[in-house]
Structures are given as C-alpha cells and as structure tokens.
Design a protein around this ligand. Sequence first.
Ligand SMILES: *[C@@H]1O[C@H](CO)[C@@H](O)[C@H](O)[C@H]1NC(C)=O
Ligand SMILES: *[C@@H]1O[C@H](CO)[C@@H](O)[C@H](O)[C@H]1NC(C)=O
Length: 480
Amino acid sequence: MLFRNRFLLLLALAALLAFLSLSLQFFHLIPVSVAKNGGSSKSRKRIMPDPVTEPPGADPVYEALLYCNLPSVAERSMEGHAPHHFKLVSVHVFIRHGDRYPLYVIPKTKRPEIDCTLVANRKPYHPKLEAFVGHMSKGSGASFESPLHSLPLFPNHPLCEMGELTQTGVVQHLQNGQLLRDIYLKKHKLLPSDWSTDQLYLETTGKSRTLQSGLALLYGFLPDFDWKKIYFRHQPSALFCSGNCYCPVRNQYLEKEQRRQYLLRLKNSQLERTYGDMAKIVDVPTKQLRAANPIDSMLCHFCHNVSFPCTRNGCIDMEHFRVIKTHQIEDERDRREKKLYLGYSLLGAHPILNQTIGRMQRAAEGRKEEIFALYSAHDVTLSPVLSALGLMEAKFPRFAARLIFELWQDREQPREHSVRILYNGVDVTFHTSFCQDHHKRSPKPMCPLENLVRFVRRDMFVALGSGSTSYYDACHREGF
Ligand SMILES: *[C@@H]1O[C@H](CO)[C@@H](O)[C@H](O)[C@H]1NC(C)=O
Ligand SMILES: *[C@@H]1O[C@H](CO)[C@@H](O)[C@H](O)[C@H]1NC(C)=O
C-alpha cells in the first residue's frame, strides 16, 4: 500500500513536470487581464495549445485536445480495408454529434461568445459548407418523423444557443461523411447511384445538434441528395432502446455507478479545493458551482481558444481545468476497475446491438434494405456501446466520434460473413470481447458474424454473471 502511494506520488510528480514543460512549449500561459465583470472579449488572451507534436501519456490537456477533435488535425483511417475477395455488404455508423456550445453556464460569468452561424471566411472550413447550407435551406418537413420537423436543419445563431452545434461541429461531420463516401461509395460501391429510400436507415435523437450532425454527415456522404428519398426517424431514448427501454436492473447498476463516482470525488481533496477556489472567484456556493458542471463550459473555452472567464475576484485558469480534467481521467480508470458501468452498459446497449445484428443478418441473407444505417447520437449512447463490446481502453467519445460496424462477404466462401469494428478510424475488431483471440486462430483479418450474434444473443448476459440468458431475465433479476 505504502509502495503504491509512493508510486502514485511519483507518477503525479512526473505528470506535473511533463505538464509544466509542455505548458512552456505549447501554451500561451500569459496571465489574463483581470477586468471588471469579466472584461471585454477583445482584451482576453487565448488559450489554444498547438497540437503539432504528440506529448506523452495521459496528459490532461492533451486528452482535452483530442476531445475537441479539431478538423485541422489529419487522421489515418482504416475503414473499408479488406482483402480483394471480400465484398462490402452493409455499414452501420454510430456518431456522436459534433462540437457544440455548452449545456451549462458557469454562474455569474459571461458565457463564451461563439458564433453559430455558418460562414465561409471562418475556420474551420469545409469546401462543401456553403453548398450544405444551400441544400438544407431547401429541406422538406416530409423527410422527418415528428417531432424532428420542428428543428432547424443547420445552426444559425450569431450567439450560439445552449447545446447548439457550431461550425466546427458541422465541418467535423461533413468531413466524416466525405471520408465514408470516398471509402464506401467510390471504392466499395456500397450503394448504387440510383439508391432508394429503403436502402438507408437514418435515426437521430430529438436535439437539433444530433439531427444537424446527421444531416452534415449524410451531405458529405451523398452530396445533393434528393430530399424525397430521405427519412430520418426520431429516437426518444439516448440509449436507442426503442420499445425495450424498461430495464430495472440497468437502473440499479446506474445508481451504484453514480454512488461510486460520488465517493471517488469525495476522496480527491485537490479537486474539492479547486471547486472551492473557482466558487470563490465567481462568488457562489461551491455546491452551486459544481452543479453547474463547469468543465463542460471550460471545454468550450478550451476547444475554441477563448480564455476562461474572469471576475473581479480573479480568473478561472488552466490549473483549474487541469485538475478537473485529471480527475475525469482518474474517474474513467476507476470506472473500468469497478465494473458497475459495465453492467449498466451490457443492459443499456443490448437493444441497439440486437437491432444492429438483426439488420446485418437480413443483409447477409441478401436483402437490400437498410444497408447503410446511421444513428446520430450522444456520448451517453456511444460510451455504453463501447463498454459493452469490451472496448475498455477506448477513449471517451470525443466530438464527432464515429463507431462503425462493417459487414463483409467472402466471395470465395459466399455463405460466410464477417464483421469489422472501427472506432474513429481505428480497427478495434480484435479488441472486442467477442473476438479477442480470433485472429490468432484464423488467417482472416475479420471476425465471423456468428461471434457477434452469439455475443449479443447470449454471452452479453453471461458476462453479467447472473445466470440469465435473455434480456428480459437479466433486466428483471431479483435480489441484485
Ligand atoms: C489561440 O490564440 C492565440 C492568441 O490569440 C494565438 O496566438 C494562437 O495562434 C491561437 N491558436 C489557435 C490554434 O488558433
Ligand atoms: C432482438 O431482435 C429481435 C429481432 O431481430 C426481436 O424479435 C427481439 O424482440 C429483440 N430483443 C430485444 C430485447 O431487443
């Protein structure tokens, strides 16, 4: 125990040193001018680090930068990689919405001035941005299930509304769409040029940011699509659990997980001090500040290179940000260890995974419907799916994160179908719990569809360790 503590101390010290040296290299850590009531935005210094070189390990500021997912950072992508004798049969895409304005305000501070209109002369930019706006302006209400038709089809407020998608968010998904177009349409001819309505399956939650993210991706994927051929379904649940949302045991796991989170937070005295310090700056009780989830707003400042807010008592700064972000990383580690979130995830992700294997099986039988599925969703959607699949090391879903299931047919053995799983362009197929050892036994660079089906139909419940063999039983187990 003593050794462990000393080790952690050393680790913390090393992290601090790494951070300090990084700060000097990468950040404009000039003290921010302390003006009355937050000062004018012009006098503020900016805080954006420069992501040219990759700093080592789990540096909280570097992690935050990955989370922002700025479109300027080029990335490699492994989607669509398969031997020549494999034919792409269907693709199932889960996305998190792109960069958005915060959902919360830091009490008694001016909220960040971010413009949510889409304009060509602002970065980040995408060559299809104006065409996207033009096409959205022609959009028809008939293309959306109620209540989606009442939502705006692209962001348009000069001062963003709470939770609104930003230009960065639109560009992120135009890019995602174009990337998928190049691979799945141009290279693998997933859809014919005269594709029809029922070949797509489009579903989104009822927020403008998810609908608009889905539309931006779709526009990148199928530029100038025919509005008459588009139909977006509305999903009321962030778990995409449709008619199977009632699951008492899942809720019990969630309550225990929240308790774990609370206890971990109490143990972190540095975090408590930081919240106390910030509360003093904005002059509200610590409890109220914490309830306002300041990291959400701080991430927006960070991702948009806008300095943190100041009051006449001082400024919220990089050190506050670093402490809260470090705790988030620590919380994720603890979450993996305690496995309560895993229980929640296995039950929470079952309905949408079950739906997805249903779609894959129909496509494997040769049916041509729903061969491209898009679910436009949230971090609280992707995160349980990643956990349930056993992708424990996967990073928390960043803005515009994408998780993709590809279904392939082996032309040399046409009755055999295989899947590939990709997260943000990285092939994670053999990191999933249902295919971990497969590649050691098989020369095929893919996982048999049966593995995924067996996992979703049965092994997910076995993994809960409850002896249940069905979703219904696992959800209604007594005495948990
Ligand atoms: C962030 O703002 C600073 C100060 O205005 C500027 O020097 C820097 O280039 C900006 N960084 C990015 C990535 O825009
Ligand atoms: C799983 O999918 C099948 C159809 O593929 C459906 O009949 C069943 O109700 C689904 N179960 C759950 C729990 O979602």
